[in-house]
Ligand binder design. Sequence first.
Ligand code: SAH
Ligand code: SF4
Ligand code: F3S
Length: 446
Amino acid sequence: MIGNNLKRLHVITWGCQMNVYDSGRMADVLAPLGYAPAAEPDGADMVILNTCHIRDKAAEKVFSELGRLRRLKEATGGRMILAVAGCVAQAEGAEILARAPYVDIVLGPQTYHRLPEMVARASRAGNTVIETDFPPEDKFDHLPESATPQGVTAFLTIQEGCDKFCSFCVVPYTRGAEQSRPVAAILREAGHLVSQGAREITLLGQNVNAWHGGGNGGLGRLLRDLAEIPGLLRLRYATSHPRDMDDALVAAHRDIPMLMPFLHLPVQSGSDRILAAMNRRHTADDYRRIVDRLREARPDLALSSDFIVGHPGETVSDFEATLSLIREIGFAQAYSFKYSPRPGTPAAGAAAQVPEAEKDRRLQVLQALLREQQTRFNAGCVGLDMPVLFTGPGRHPGQIAGRSPFLQPVHVTGTPHLIGHETMVRIVDTRPNSLAGTLVQERRIA
Ligand code: SAH
Ligand code: SF4
Ligand code: F3S
């Protein structure tokens, strides 16, 4: 788009990887209207705040950011279109319009294919638009192909929504029911991403391993099909649920070398009592067995997980069961959170809430253990040679940055011609959140 038609779009993204993917797709939908990405919200023609509702004071955070954006909108004489998208918009859309009437558009995660029409309606003076229903049509059938060049690593949503209803979680309410995209659409989008420069694709879903292709098998089968795409070097998937880790998927870890040996498999707790209260529908031993099967299939597999401390009813001995599970499994990396009551979820109304100070204490103990494991895992990488996929320039001049198979950031001295390629790197040092290495040979592996 040229001349007067050019408009500037700034998207602010909070929350999970799926929100990152959605933000990109919202930009794709708006590109035919002349919207090009703007690095800053100041003076933009449109700003989208893509929100997350998972924890803490999600709504308050949104209102304080909207206060800042309101001033920027006023500075444009009110011309800027302000949209709130994502999971807070889905859960609290009406409240957003009531408390922040200067917002033009409120849209949920399942309606953003309708953005052009929403923008047209909002552009008529004084109109506000709210679209937070779960529409009968599938948004993926209405999204254009991404027109912007891809980075070396890309996300691809294959499954969305959740039917599991864990006691603590808002996702089934904000994203809706579990839905799998058809195989053909996924293969087409993956091929397009690779043609635009992607070399590593991470398949996304709230329960990505609940994906099913009708009669055509599950995620294990899909990974085999994706591995055939010429030019694609690496595959990952996130986030998976222990209950959906079937034999075909475990076998995929054995049989597909380009499926990276790093898996994010949230367990939340090591106590069977709390796992039951959470409605996770598996035990700590089930988790141990799954990890055993995975490690048998792929001995170098490194694991990551999510943990919640202080779920209602969690006693000190429940918490200690979580610490024991962590010690037994050994995680390369993990996320951990204090339980945060979410409006409308079953656990929020439970009587036995754990006091805040005790949640703080447990979180500190848990995080110290996880940090120790991460440090040990990274230290164990020193001296090893591993393939690194280079993704961009490093922090310092003359450096390039990439990712190890275990998703660790790796920095080496090297030239940009390696970006987009896999090269063998000897790891020589560890930093708190990254590795330093040297090129074993200048030659690309792929
Ligand atoms: N679908 C994934 C998790 C998605 S939410 C799964 O089933 O594992 C990402 C993480 O946020 C969860 O794994 C959980 O650890 C954390 N989380 C979700 N709701 C939370 C809450 N109310 N309080 C604290 N942490 C929460
Ligand atoms: Fe939330 Fe549980 Fe669904 Fe994960 S499986 S998205 S934690 S309800
Ligand atoms: Fe947040 Fe919604 Fe993702 S609540 S974690 S943005 S699914």
